[in-house]
Write a protein that binds this ligand. Sequence first.
Ligand code: NAD
Length: 250
Amino acid sequence: MDFTNKVVLITGAGRGIGREIAFSFAKLGARVAANDITPINLDPTVQQINTAGGIAADFVADISKKMPVQAMVSQILEQWERIDILINNAGVEPHAPLLELDAWDWQRTIDVNLSGPFYTTQVVGRIMREQGGGVIVNIASIAGRAHGLKDRSSYVASKMGLIGLTREAARELAEYNIRVNAVCPGVIETEMTAGLRQNEAMVAKWLEDIPQSRLGDPQDVANLVLFLCTDAAKYITGQAINVDGGKVMN
Ligand SMILES: NC(=O)c1ccc[n+]([C@@H]2O[C@H](COP(=O)([O-])OP(=O)(O)OC[C@H]3O[C@@H](n4cnc5c(N)ncnc54)[C@H](O)[C@@H]3O)[C@@H](O)[C@H]2O)c1
């Protein structure tokens, strides 16, 4: 795999899966436009990539709002003049029973997990159309498949919506040579799941349901994302692909 000279925008790249995706693309020669809502984790990530000989720059923006997305994309174009690959990774996951879920949390989840990818797809998609093509990967979740998750109604709804957006975008953007796919991780060892993973009984129960008997690590997800962005995947679009050790088989 070689992404030399490709410009890759990754949202939520300060930590977890997004950070691993950023490192992986940088190792393969890409110019990494790393986004996060805060510089706290983003700056060290970008610094680490550049110190290791890669090429990365930080673009702090709240992707849940259209104006910051437009401003961020303009800044990337000023610096690198193109965007070849978009990875919609930023996400939030509030936990609360449906009857107690705060309306602010509901709205925020939809804004970050679903409206954000809509804004980035629209703004970056127009650039890709002008460039003659591109690749978009949305990080959804097995929670957005038939699987579901208790006490995560806003998250499940947002990820199901993201899979729907993936399919529609793939259908409409194919004529511009833009491929759009979703990756659906199972339980991955990141800060997002750190609290839940402290519950040993819960982890044991998860492992019973995973044929490979282990949780995933961010590299497992990054590997699939990389593949989907290569020409080897040029006939794959509109798909939602699980990376979950076999937990959900549909
Ligand atoms: N960890 C898992 O088990 C798991 C499973 C399935 C899907 N996912 C999905 O993978 C993606 C990454 O998850 P993670 O585990 O690395 O999460 P994480 O919480 O460790 O990292 C998410 C990153 O997104 C950033 N972010 C949040 N809101 C943002 C916004 N409005 N604008 C820009 N950046 C924002 C955060 O600051 C953070 O750096 C998410 O979409 C998540 O839903 C994770």
